[in-house]
Design a protein around this ligand. Structure first.
Ligand code: FAD
Length: 528
């Protein structure tokens, strides 16, 4: 499915198409008010997504699957991510990619590890009730390459080499200003533009939290000396060097003795930090990438300001301990995508967007709290060491391990949709069901990001009424058990209404009690 229309006017490099005459907003059919044109770019889409990181790409894909014109504006001139950055993601993220039918591409390239870490404590995840009870090790540059291939197939336009600088919004839409003076117009703007989000700043959204107490350098370099195996933890923090897949490049992470400045680090900074820990800089040279990250932890006070929303690192930053950043961003994207698409299409009122903040802000806050605790324990002064030992001891208790793995894996996310069956607000398990068309996995029904009403009772016994066009109704048989991560076995529902993000919006007890309310709440009022 490609975008219905996407205009790039008068600045050839923005989209590679020949320039045409500039227009004002009012000249463009179906679009909004007259705006004064500064420079000669007007790009129009229903939704402009700032940033083509994992979050922005996932969100644009979700919007496109839902039939909305989404365009990404990305500062980087090329799709390649310089440096490997993140090292992978957890079960729920794999499940979400599975819900869209693209998990296999990631699984084919990554390494499955049946463990997760809390601080430095290794936790078994292999007994979790999911098709993917493991962590997937895959560098972020590969993750982004695969996502970029997917959104290209979907026809999502990505305007590279353009930077969102500012915007104005009113009741009709958003005028986006680019750093080079260009302009873009959309009904909605989503800032998926990373931790230093220009969109968040321009929206005046507060970003409360905690300043950095520690900084680390991360780099890909060549070395002339042999490097020690494994990670080292001392009173400064955690450090490690290891050879990458190409057999030549060494990936280095070294915690700095003093909190580093906000400026970009260089080879001399890396050599100094290494020498302070290892008494040698290992002869580091030819850096391919050097960057600095910290344990600063902050979360946007609101994920929505009118027609502007935030997702991913733009909405929350934290220490990379535990490896949850990509997963949080992907979960933001799949929570927001279908809601925003319905609002853009006029199916649901804009107030549905408030449920994005209501659901994702608490989920983010919870993860941030745990990453703060984890990063603290990646240090080995005697007191912290005593705390880490105590926590490791507690995590040997099965119940405690399950609680923490549930959080790190993202499998325990529970949106507060009110009282009811334990499935309500939680993700639907990927059951093997039998349908008239043959055996099927439940996640297959979510590939097109459409809601599903799964009837597990007598065929034809559930009727969505006026919502029939908006919801897929599937009669199915399932005689296996229902087990939820952390919670354990739960009773089998007679039917479930599943949102496009895979979370359960209603469960049936053999009657249709509450179904209409749930359909109206999530998929808009009944029509005619
Ligand atoms: C050392 C390290 C290790 C990590 N390890 C893990 C891990 O193992 N697992 C994990 O899940 N996470 C990990 N993370 C975190 C993860 O990298 C981030 O959480 C993730 O990249 C966030 O994705 P995003 O799309 O929200 O933001 P980003 O990846 O930051 O993407 C934002 C995009 O927006 C673009 N952009 C920025 N400003 C503008 C603008 N004004 N206009 C247009 N475009 C703009 C940027 O160029 C970028 O492409 C790690 C992070 C670090 C630093």
């Amino acid at each position: 499915m490609g975008p219905r229309h996407f205009q790039c006017i008068a600045q050839q490099r923005a989209c590679g198409k020949p320039p045409v005459m500039p227009q004002t907003g009012s000249d463009v059919p179906g679009k909004r008010r007259t705006g004064k044109l500064g420079k000669l770019v007007v790009v129009m889409a229903d939704v402009i997504v700032a940033g083509a990181g994992p979050t922005g790409m996932m969100l644009a894909a979700e919007l496109t699957l839902a039939g909305v014109d989404a365009a990404i504006v990305e500062r980087r001139p090329t799709p390649e991510l310089v440096g490997s950055r993140a090292g992978g993601f957890h079960s729920r993220t794999i499940e979400i990619l599975d819900q869209r039918g693209i998990a296999d591409q990631f699984l084919a390239e990554g390494q499955r590890v049946q463990a997760a870490f809390f601080g430095n404590t290794k936790l078994d995840v292999s007994d979790f009730p999911t098709r993917h009870p493991y962590t997937l090790g895959l560098w972020q540059n590969h993750i982004e390459r695969i996502l970029a291939g997917w959104i290209e197939e979907l026809g999502v336009p990505v305007q590279r080499g353009l930077e969102v600088a500012d915007f104005d919004q009113d009741h009709g839409g958003v005028d986006v200003r680019l750093a080079d003076g260009g302009r873009m117009q959309a009904q909605y703007l989503v800032g998926a533009d990373g931790g230093r989000s220009a969109v968040r700043k321009a929206a005046g959204i507060e970003f409360p939290g905690w300043d950095a107490t520690r900084s680390s350098l991360i780099a890909e370099v060549q070395v002339t000396e042999e490097t020690p195996a494994g990670a080292r933890i001392d009173e400064v923090g955690i450090h490690g060097l290891h050879l990458m897949e190409d057999g030549r490049t060494t990936r280095v992470i070294v915690t700095e003795k003093e909190l580093g400045p906000a400026t970009e680090p260089g080879l001399a900074d890396l050599a100094k930090a290494l020498t302070e820990v290892y008494d040698t800089d290992f002869g580091v040279h030819h850096p391919r990438w050097i960057s600095r990250f910290t344990d600063a932890t902050r979360q946007a006070a609101t994920y929505r300001s009118g027609r502007v929303l935030l997702a991913g690192d733009a909405a929350h930053i934290h220490a990379p301990s535990g490896g949850q950043g990509i997963g949080l961003g992907i979960q933001d994207a799949v929570n927001l995508g279908w809601k925003l698409a319905q609002v853009v299409k006029g199916i649901t009122p804009a107030s549905l967007l408030d449920t994005y903040h209501a659901e994702r802000h608490p989920a983010g806050a919870r993860a941030l709290k745990h990453t703060m605790a984890q990063s603290l324990m990646q240090r080995a002064d005697p007191r912290i060491g005593a705390l880490a030992d105590t926590v490791a001891g507690l995590l040997a208790i099965d119940e405690a391990r399950k609680q923490v793995v549930g959080l790190i894996s993202g499998l325990d996310v529970h949106y507060d949709l009110g009282e009811g069956h334990p499935l309500l607000g939680r993700r639907i398990p990927d059951l093997d069901i039998a349908t008239a068309g043959g055996p099927l996995r439940v996640f297959t029904l979510l590939h097109q990001a459409r809601p599903v009403l799964l009837n597990l009772g007598a065929p034809g016994s559930i009727d969505p009424g006026p919502w029939a066009e908006r919801v897929q109704v599937v009669d199915a048989a399932y005689d296996g058990g229902w087990e939820l991560p952390v919670i354990g076995p739960v009773s089998a529902p007679a039917a479930v209404l599943v949102r496009p993000d895979g979370h359960v919006a209603w469960t049936g007890d053999g009657t249709q009690s509450g179904l209409q309310e749930a359909l109206a709440r999530w998929f808009g009022p009944a029509r005619g």
